[in-house]
Design a protein around this ligand. Structure first.
Ligand SMILES: [Zn+2]
Length: 169
C-alpha cells in the first residue's frame, strides 16, 4: 500500500471567456508547480484571468476532497501593459511572466510591513508601505517608459490603464 497515491495535485488556468484548462494531475506539489509555471510563460499569447493548484484526496466523496493550495489572478502588467502580471493574493506577491519584463512585487523577507517591488531590466528596486504603493510605483515606471517611447500618447495610456485597474477592484 506504501506505493499507492492518496492525493493528487491539479494545476489549472482560466481563460478570459471563463473556460478552464486542466494541466494534468500530479503526484507531487513540486511537479504541479513546475508544470503551471512553464504554462504561465505562455500567458502573453493568451488572455488568462486566474490559475490555481488544487489538491484532491482520492476516494473521498464531495467538496471535502478538494483543497485549494494556492490561487493567482492575472492582470495587465503596470510596466509592460501586457496581460501577464500574476498576483498571488494570499502571499502578497506578484510577477510579470511577459518576455523580458519580470516586474515583481513581494513582501520584504525581513520586515513584513515593507512591500518591495522591482523591475530587473534596469535593476529598479523600491521599498513601499503598502501593496497599492508598490503597484503605483510600477505604474509610474511604466509611464516613464511609455513617455520615453511615445511622448504624446503616454498620459492617455497611463490614465486608461490606471482607470481599468481601479474599475476591476
Ligand atoms: Zn510586464
Amino acid at each position: 500500500m506504501g506505493e499507492s497515491i492518496s492525493r493528487v495535485f491539479v494545476p489549472s488556468v482560466t481563460e478570459e471567456d471563463g473556460n478552464t484548462l486542466g494541466l494534468g494531475c500530479f503526484s507531487t506539489e513540486e511537479v504541479a508547480w513546475q508544470v503551471l509555471r512553464t504554462f504561465l510563460n505562455k500567458s502573453e499569447q493568451m488572455l488568462l484571468t486566474k490559475c490555481s493548484v488544487v489538491v484532491w484526496d482520492i476516494d473521498i466523496v464531495g467538496e471535502e476532497a478538494m483543497t485549494v493550495l494556492s490561487s493567482m489572478e492575472c492582470k495587465d502588467c503596470p510596466v509592460c501593459s501586457r496581460r501577464t502580471f500574476w498576483i498571488d493574493t494570499d502571499n502578497f506577491s506578484a510577477l510579470c511572466h511577459g518576455t523580458a519584463c519580470s516586474a515583481w512585487i513581494e513582501e520584504n523577507n525581513v520586515d513584513p510591513e515593507i512591500i518591495d517591488c522591482g523591475w530587473p531590466t534596469i535593476r529598479f528596486l523600491k521599498q513601499n508601505k503598502s501593496i497599492d504603493e508598490a503597484v503605483e510605483a510600477l505604474f509610474k515606471l511604466g509611464d516613464k517608459l511609455k513617455s520615453a517611447g511615445e511622448k504624446r500618447m503616454a498620459k492617455e495610456n497611463a490614465e486608461k490603464l490606471i482607470g481599468e485597474n481601479n474599475a476591476e477592484e
